[in-house]
Design a protein around this ligand. Structure first.
Ligand code: ZN
Ligand code: ZN
Length: 355
């Protein structure tokens, strides 16, 4: 097969004595084949087959030109056709994504053919996806550029009297105006006390003088996500708020220094976490995560992560401090691991912006 990604997965399958795989997770299907519609993907030595229904046949042929396309007849489950494709390719053992396949789908697969054994994928496509190629990096970088430009454009809108929701909508409008497909995830805008909720939903809270406003957002380009967070001050903030901001920024910068090939996820996490601890702060979430077709991917930068960074990984560096009832602050870049270190894909400034 021509497809490098499919060949890499086939090699991994051979390592567990499987000759084929059935894939259903949309980001895995898209990464392997280009197909973006409903249905599933069968991978064997003979090639890849998209199994779908008549509504998606044309899209599948266009999006996944390297794949065969089979359309199901009414009342026939996709799994039955998948089992046929596996059988025709002489597959005895097929792997599946045991983290996403439903019980019903698994039953349909085993009912369709007794001659094929199914085993969970040992090397998941997500592992292979963690190292991005040049096209993927270009898409992520474009999405990051759009996010930064949108941020710069909406800064003038952040002032007393404006609601969190208005800022979120303004950001998302700019993404589209700047050529993004849409958002990579639900935009977070958290002002004042709401800033202490890492995943605050933007509401009708009105921005007031003396608040820190945290915005976590990302545009999507050619399926790829960007992820960034900036916290800005509105009017005069307290010494405590300033200290929170400076501590988070220093933790962010120190972690960035630690992101390089060979670094272990938990060690990078500890660089930021340990620094904030020395300032008397704690943060409840992990330092960062991979970014790609999914907003949260491998590798992970967390207290429990054994993931070893490699060139081509794109990870976030996003320490935060949250003081319940007072304020919150987070600063986040999407960062590319390079041969000898890392490079932030987020050109937006990090010094405190006061509006
Ligand atoms: Zn984020
Ligand atoms: Zn993130």
């Amino acid at each position: 097969m021509e497809n490098r990604r499919a060949n890499a997965l086939l090699r991994a399958l051979a390592g567990q004595n499987a000759q084929g795989a059935v894939l259903v997770k949309p980001s895995n299907v898209r990464w392997l084949s280009g197909y973006m519609g409903e249905g599933l993907l069968v991978l064997t030595e003979k090639g890849m087959t998209v199994v779908t229904d008549f509504r998606y046949v044309e899209a599948a042929e266009k999006q996944a030109p390297g794949c065969a396309v089979r359309s199901i007849a009414a009342g026939v489950p996709h799994e039955k056709i998948a089992a046929e494709v596996l059988h025709e390719a002489g597959v005895k053992t097929a792997a599946f994504e045991d983290d996403v396949v439903t019980v019903r789908s698994m039953r349909a697969l085993t009912d369709a053919s007794e001659r094929i054994a199914y085993e969970p994928l040992k090397t998941r496509p997500e592992k292979l996806r963690a190292v991005k190629d040049a096209d993927e990096i270009a898409a992520i970088e474009e999405a990051c550029g759009i996010s930064c430009k949108a941020f710069e454009r909406i800064l003038e809108k952040i002032r007393p009297g404006v609601t969190e929701r208005e800022i979120a909508f303004a950001l998302e409008d700019e993404f589209r105006a700047l050529g993004a497909e849409g958002t990579a995830f639900e935009t977070i805008v958290a002002a004042g006390e709401n800033g202490s909720l890492p995943h605050a939903i933007p509401g009708s809270r009105v921005i007031e003088n003396g608040m820190l406003v945290t915005m976590d957002f990302g545009a999507r380009v050619r399926g790829y996500c960007s992820d960034m967070t900036r916290t800005v001050a509105v009017g005069k903030i307290s010494d405590e708020q300033k200290r929170v901001y400076d501590s988070v920024l220093e933790a962010h910068l120190r972690a960035m220094e630690a992101i390089r090939p060979g670094a272990v996820g938990r060690d990078v996490d500890e660089v930021a976490r340990g620094y904030l601890r020395s300032c008397g702060y704690e943060f409840g979430h992990s330092l960062g995560h991979g970014v790609g077709l999914d907003i949260h991917e491998e590798p992970r930068l967390s207290t429990r992560s054994d993931d070893v960074l490699e060139p081509g990984n794109v990870v976030t560096d996003e320490p935060g401090v949250y003081l319940p009832g007072k304020c919150g602050c987070r600063i986040e870049d999407s960062v590319l691991v390079t041969k000898d270190g890392c490079r932030s894909l987020i050109p937006a400034a990090k010094e405190l912006i006061t509006l």
